[in-house]
Design a binder for this molecule. Structure first.
Ligand SMILES: [Zn+2]
Ligand SMILES: [Zn+2]
Length: 558
């Protein structure tokens, strides 16, 4: 195995400082003191909620819970690491400078423990793991290209719903400029935390580290490495790459550039302004967030960190509680198409039907199977990626809208689509000109990865609604007739009866029109512009059904 290096901060090329890195800022700013603060009392709390942790996991003894219910809720995640924690003994620590960390490997579905070595003096973390070797090889390197690495402190408490951190946590990985959005480089360990394809895909290895900050000068973090462990002078220089001559680290931008301009936009335009993890182009610093100015106003950069007469960052052993925080961090990214654990977030969410392509290689690697091809999911109430009325559904008075369930849709990669449940939902009403109120056209929604279908009032659709609707529309196209509410209502009765005759219990399956009769008072809490569009666009469809039906037919012929 080759050692892979992650510097705490990255200097610019040829002495040019990298002041735009949020990671740098957070390590050196005054806020860092509280962000990397050790709070041992937090470790006495249930790792799922803030109640007192009175019970320990019987197998590993490393996870505290307040109740059997919290333990049960954590089990899908905890079981991935429970045995590994048991098998990973502090007595086997290779040196006092080695610390327990967790890797999400690219090509394995489970997180794994590693001993991460911390070179306190040189401010560098060293990771040995065969997955990192394989990954480096797959991108044509022997060790990971540090210049494109990131070292991101995770401290957005809103992602943890107010749960306290027991210590600071930090994520190491590689910017997508290196990892590219290739199937082979997609992080399977990360995807497994949100199967099937509920998370925004991440690429390359991810390493989870716990840290605290100690403003007292220390020569080394611990008592120093054991004899034989001390790396030879200069070992932390890779051939041809000096740590002080590295290109900038890609800053993260996790609040998603939440500009209110992304919805209802023209489907054809490049709307690649989704919050990305990590952000692809580190040099632009275009969001106003990555200005290198801390919340207290002072401008800080890597040079400040270098000027500190000692390194205040100390790596610590990661705990189960820390890892649970990382999982919450992944689950609650606003860039995810779906919300994995709605009860653990303050994000506003609505139910949706997710229609996944079952032959899409990204989906397959993210855990989509025939059984999960079309499924219920929860999605953010507000999307930054645009959502559009499905013309044919609106023609039968069903206020269904669609949005992408896959945020790689702008990538120039061939993505085979196969899920017939989307067959009559891809005709949408879109604005030809985003600045015009009335200039709307029928357009084909690009089917890549997956499609999300929502009810505009945020009410729960059922997979049966989608399937019956598609079958009804098949008939409409076959006979050349006009779709109508009356026609689909009658077809729905037939659909239900057929299923019941086949022995399928349809007792709890309500008619799609049940939802249309519910008045929730307001439409889904959309951005104002979308709310305006929602009313306008639906009026446009219902105002001239023949014209829109003809537009869809013409579109199909092309
Ligand atoms: Zn609890
Ligand atoms: Zn356990």
């Amino acid at each position: 195995m080759a050692p892979h290096y992650f510097p705490l901060v990255y200097a610019g090329v040829d002495g040019e400082t990298q002041e735009n890195s949020e990671a740098v800022r957070d390590l050196v700013s005054e806020n860092a003191a509280s962000q990397f603060h050790a709070d041992p009392s937090a470790n006495k709390l249930c790792i799922m909620c803030e109640n007192e942790g009175t019970q320990l996991c019987g197998s590993c003894g490393c996870a505290q819970y307040c109740s059997a219910e919290c333990q049960r809720n954590d089990w899908p995640i905890h079981k991935m690491l429970c045995k590994a924690f048991t098998d990973f003994k502090p007595s086997e620590r290779p040196s006092p400078n080695h610390f327990r960390a967790v890797v999400l490997p690219v090509n394995r579905s489970k997180p794994e423990h590693i001993w991460l070595q911390y070179d306190h003096k040189n401010r560098t973390m060293v990771v040995d793991h065969p997955d990192l070797d394989d990954f480096a090889k797959s991108i044509g390197h022997t060790t990971l290209p540090l210049s494109d690495g990131f070292c991101l402190p995770i401290n957005d408490a809103s992602l943890f719903k107010g749960k306290r951190l027991g210590q600071g946590i930090c994520l190491l990985g590689l910017a997508t400029t290196v990892t590219k959005k290739q199937v082979a480089l997609l992080n399977e360990g990360h995807s497994a935390l949100g199967k099937p394809a509920l998370l925004h895909p991440l690429f390359g290895p991810l390493i989870h580290v716990a840290m605290t900050r100690d403003d007292q000068p220390h020569e080394t973090q611990e008592t120093g490495p054991r004899a034989g462990d001390q790396p030879a002078e200069g070992k932390y220089e890779l051939p041809g790459v000096s740590l002080t001559k590295l290109r900038s680290v890609a800053p993260f931008n996790l609040d998603g550039n939440a500009k209110n301009d992304a919805s209802g936009e023209n489907i054809g335009q490049d709307n690649n302004k989704s919050p990305q993890l990590p952000k692809e182009d580190s040099d632009k610093g275009d969001s106003g967030k990555n200005t290198g100015t801390s919340t207290t106003g002072e401008v800080l950069g890597v040079d400040q960190f270098d000027k500190l007469d000692h390194n205040p960052i100390r790596v610590q052993d990661i705990t189960m509680r820390d890892f649970r925080h990382f999982v919450d961090f992944y689950h609650h990214q606003p860039s995810n198409p779906c919300i994995v654990n709605p009860e653990r977030t303050t994000l506003f969410y609505i139910p949706a039907i997710k229609i996944n392509s079952v032959t899409d290689p990204f989906n397959i690697k993210m855990g989509v199977s025939e059984a999960t091809a079309t499924r219920c999911a929860n999605v953010p109430g507000v999307t930054f990626h645009g959502q559009f009325p499905a013309i044919l559904a609106n023609l039968v008075d069903l206020r269904w809208w669609v949005r992408s369930g896959d945020f790689l849709m702008n990538e120039e990669v061939h993505r085979p689509w196969s899920n017939a449940d989307a067959r009559h939902l891809d005709a949408i009403l879109a604005k030809a000109n985003p600045n015009s109120e009335a200039d709307v056209v029928a357009a084909a929604f690009p089917l890549k990865g997956s499609l999300l279908v929502i009810h505009i009032q945020g009410l729960p659709l059922l997979p049966d609604h989608i399937r019956a609707f598609n079958k009804y529309m098949d008939l409409v196209f076959l006979t050349g007739g006009m779709p109508s509410k009356k026609g689909f209502s009658a077809y729905w009765q037939k659909y239900k009866a057929e299923h019941e005759r086949a022995g399928i219990c349809m007792e709890d399956v309500y008619s799609p029109y049940t939802l249309e009769d519910i008045d929730v008072g307001e439409d889904v809490e959309l951005q104002d512009v979308v709310k305006h569009d929602a009313v306008l666009l639906q009026r446009i469809i219902s105002g001239n059904p023949e014209e829109w039906m003809a537009a869809v037919r013409a579109m199909r012929k092309r």
